[in-house]
Design a protein around this ligand. Structure first.
Ligand code: DQA
Length: 146
């Protein structure tokens, strides 16, 4: 049994109504349902969202302590949170997979989104494919751990 932590940062609780032209019309609950139906037997999805940096950092510490792989959409924290980067580094330094995902392709957007302070400490990055970014990350984690 593997539990995959799917962690979502600020404003992602508004999916569905937040800039649907950029992020699509699906809600976070739709994402949860989609990942649960994609997950193979033996994989549990633990999807969470917070607007709070400290909470997100605490969840990454939890991943380290429980030895759980992580799919992380850091949202705007991607671009400036060194504290989140340090917590993400704890996950990968512990030998755990951490896949940074984005619904949109930040490189095709405003310049401040072109920098990710997380990517260098992530196992890998998938961006620009909407909910498929998460599904691809899940597939990858399952193949690596299977
Ligand atoms: C995002 C991209 C970020 O630049 C933005 O701040 C978000 C969402 C994405 O999934 O495309 O909140 O991480």
């Amino acid at each position: 049994m593997t539990t995959v932590l799917v962690l979502n940062g600020p404003n992602l609780g508004r999916l569905g109504s937040r800039e649907p032209d950029v992020y699509g019309s699906g809600t976070l609950e739709d994402l949860r349902a989609s990942l649960e139906s994609t997950a193979t037997e033996g994989t549990t999805i633990d999807l969470r969202q917070t607007n709070d940096e400290a909470t997100l950092i605490g969840w990454l510490h939890e991943a380290v302590d429980a030895g759980q792989p992580v799919i992380l959409n850091p949202a705007a924290f991607t671009h400036y949170s060194y504290a989140l980067r340090d917590a993400a580094a704890l996950v990968t330094k512990a030998g755990l997979l951490l896949v940074e995902v984005h619904l949109s392709n930040p490189h095709a957007r405003e310049e401040f989104r072109h920098t990710s302070v997380i990517s260098a400490v992530a196992t890998g990055v998938i961006a620009g494919f909407g909910f498929d970014s998460y599904r691809l990350a899940l597939d990858l984690i399952e193949r690596r751990l299977g």
